[in-house]
Write a protein that binds this ligand. Sequence first.
Ligand SMILES: Cc1cc2nc3c(=O)[nH]c(=O)nc-3n(C[C@H](O)[C@H](O)[C@H](O)COP(=O)(O)OP(=O)(O)OC[C@H]3O[C@@H](n4cnc5c(N)ncnc54)[C@H](O)[C@@H]3O)c2cc1C
Length: 511
Amino acid sequence: MLRRRQRAAGPSGAHAPRHGDVGEDRSLTPAETAVLERLRAVLDTTGLQAGLRTGHFGRATYRRDASFLNADPLAVALPQTIEQTAAVLRACREHGIPVTPRAAGTGLAGGATPTGEGGARPVVISVARMDRLRELDVANRRAWVEPGLVNARLGRAAAAHGLRFAPDPASQLAATLGGNVATNAGGIHVLTYGVMSQHVLAVELMDLEGEVHLLDGRAPEQGGLDLRGVSVGSEGTLGVVVGACLRLLPAPPAVGTLLAGFPSLEAAAATVAALVTSERLPDAIELMDARAIELVEGYAQAGYPQHAAAVLLIEYEGLPAGVTEGVATAARLAAEHGASEVIPAADAAQRARIWKGRKAVAGAIAKQAPDFYLQDVVVPRSRLGEMLDAVVAIGEREGLTILNVVHAGDGNLHPFVLFDRREPAMLERVFAAGHDIVATALRLDGTVTGEHGVGIEKRDFLGQVFDEDDLAVQKAVRDALEPTRLANPDKVLPTTVGCLEARMVPEGAWV
Ligand SMILES: Cc1cc2nc3c(=O)[nH]c(=O)nc-3n(C[C@H](O)[C@H](O)[C@H](O)COP(=O)(O)OP(=O)(O)OC[C@H]3O[C@@H](n4cnc5c(N)ncnc54)[C@H](O)[C@@H]3O)c2cc1C
C-alpha cells in the first residue's frame, strides 16, 4: 500500500556558509552554487566527521563504487537523520541537481557512480551514517532497519534470538541493507531462500520532495499493485530508501556441508545438474574452478583439494535426519560423476573453514593482482558447462587470467578477471572480455545480471533483454513514481545519451 506517511521537517541547524573549500577545483553553475549554499545550511561542514564534502579529496572517495566506472560528484552529503536527508533532496530538486544515493559502495555495476544525464554533476547522498537497527520484532520475526545498517550486523543480532536473515551476499561484512534492497541482492543461499525481494516486507522510500512513502507488503496478501516489489532493485532511481522491514527466519536446527573435488569442470557441472533434480534440493551449491582453488588455498587454507579442476561446496539445512540424508545423496551423486574427493564437514569448525575459502576469494585475489573485475551473469543451469568453457576461451583470447566462482544452483556465474590497470590498454581488454561474457550469456538464453544489478555497466544491454515496448513500460513506471528524473537518472534503463564504450576514456574514467 502506498500512503503518505510523514513530511520530514525542513532544514535545521543553520551553519555559517563557507565558500571555496580547499580543493574545490572547478567552476560552478548558478544552480550548483545555490544548492551548495542550501546544503551548507543543513549539514556540518567542518572536521573529519563533516556531513558535507565539497573539496577535491572529500569527493574523491565517492567517485565510484567497487566497479571501475567513475565520475566526479558536485558534493557528497552524509545525512544522519531523516530530516537532513529530506532537506538535501528538496534542495537538489528545487535547483534541478541530480542525486546519486549511496551506501557502502560495494556495488559492482556503477550504480553509485555519480553520473547525471547530459554531464550534470550529482550530489552523492550517502546513507551510511543512518545505520541503526530500529526494532528486532522477535514475535513477528521481522526487523525494522535504517538503510546504512550492514547486512552481517543484522545477521548477528538475529542469531542471538535463534533467528536468521537469509540473504547473505559475499560482501555482507560491508554491504548495507539499504544497498541490498536497492540492488535486490542475492547470496550463497539464494537457491532455496531467494533474493532480497523475498525478504523485504516493507520499504520506506523518500521522494525528491522529502516525503516518505511506506510501500507496505507485510500482510500476506496486500492487494493492489506491488509497489514494494517495484522499489526493490530500483537502484536509487525512484528515490532514497530510508528504512525497511525485513523478514527473519528461524535458524535451521541442523546444517550439513560437503566439499567435493572433481577432475574436470564438466564433471562438476554435471553433478550440479543431478543435485538440482535430486530428491533433496541443497540449500546452497557453489562451484570454484582450479585457479580459484589454488589462489584461495594459498591464502585461507580452506582444505580444498589442491589438484582438482573444480570443487563444489554443497550445503543442506533443516531437521537433522533430512540433512544427513541430503549430504549422503550429494556424496553419492558426486562419486557417480567422478569426484576425486568427497569430504563431509565433520563439525562446525570444518564447515566454517570450507566457507571461509569461498568468502575469501576477493581477499586472495588482492594478494595476487593489483586489480580485479568481477562479472555477474546467469545462464540456465543446463548450459553452465558451455558457459564455463566460453569464459575460459574468452580469457585465452584476451590473454587474461580469469577465475570462476559460481552460484551453481542458480546458474549465476561470477568470473573474476585479474589484471594490472597500469599495463597499456589493459582496461580495454578487460572490458572487452566482460562484454563478451555478457554477450555469451545472452546467446545461451541467460541474462545480464544475477544479483549485482544493472547500474551503468549493464544498462545498454537491457535492450537485448527486453523489447522496446517492455522498456517503454518500465520507463513510464519510473517516471510516474519519480517524475523529477533527478534520482540516479543515468542508471538502469537505457538512455539516448550513448553506449558505455563511447563514453569511457582510456583510464576507465567517466566524463
Ligand atoms: C567482493 C564482492 C562480493 C560481492 N558479492 C555479492 C553477492 O554475493 N551477492 C550480491 O548480491 N552482491 C554482491 N556484491 C555486490 C554488492 O555488494 C551488492 O550489490 C550490495 O547490495 C551493494 O550494497 P552497498 O551498500 O555497497 O550499496 P552501494 O554500492 O553503495 O549502492 C548500490 C546501488 O544501490 C543504490 N543505493 C544504495 N543505497 C541506497 C538507498 N538507501 N536508497 C536508494 N538507493 C540506494 C545506489 O545508488 C546504487 O545504485 C559483491 C561485491 C563485492 C565487492
